[in-house]
Design a binder for this molecule. Structure first.
Ligand code: HEC
Length: 151
């Protein structure tokens, strides 16, 4: 019994010491594998972080709209209607702006879903609308919707 244990222990010792004998050769691949695991971890974190922190901020996304629109209360209406308090408002209902008959008759009440559809293809969603700027990128639309939903 005891001698068997010693043999097993001796075999284990030999077995353990064997892979460690060529240190330079054996050390390299595990280190490389370890690096791969470490570098894979931040990639997963980045993916998880995406919904919380969109790559583009609402302000950045709105820059292409600001030539015609303002989101500020009471701001001057220029080429496009003022978009303050847009959510919950009927399309084409901002007093003092000369909307297309198409948008006024669209019967849309602005919410996230309606905005998403309109911004992805305005002239498709509301044929005859005078706004021709489409936002094909869903992430940019999401950023815009959040920006326009803020008080
Ligand atoms: C070249 C000028 C122009 C640009 C740029 C522009 N729009 Fe418009 N937008 C308009 C006009 C004009 C209307 C009114 C359309 C109509 O009457 O059919 C409008 C209407 C809208 C409406 C409906 C408002 C309401 O009161 O019902 C929304 C929402 C809107 N735009 C969002 C955007 C967003 C978001 C962007 C940027 C991605 C943008 N627009 C870029 C000119 C523009």
């Amino acid at each position: 019994m005891r001698s068997l244990l010693i043999v097993v222990a001796a075999l284990l010792a030999v077995g353990c010491s064997k892979p460690a004998e060529p240190p330079s050769m054996a050390a390299t691949p595990p280190t490389a594998a370890g690096d791969a695991v470490v570098s894979a971890a931040p990639a997963v974190v980045a993916v998880e972080a995406t919904p919380a922190a969109p790559a583009i901020s609402g302000e950045q996304a709105f820059a292409m709209c600001a030539a015609c629109h303002s989101r500020d209360a009471g701001a001057h209406q220029g080429m496009g209607p003022n978009l303050h308090n847009l959510i919950g408002r009927k399309a084409g209902s901002n007093p003092g702006f000369d909307y297309s008959p198409a948008l006024k008759a669209s019967d849309i009440t602005w919410d996230a879903k309606q905005l998403d559809a309109y911004l992805s293809a305005p002239t498709k969603r509301v044929p005859g609308t005078r706004m021709a700027i489409a936002v094909p990128d869903p992430a940019r639309r999401q950023a815009l919707i959040e920006y326009l939903s803020a008080p």
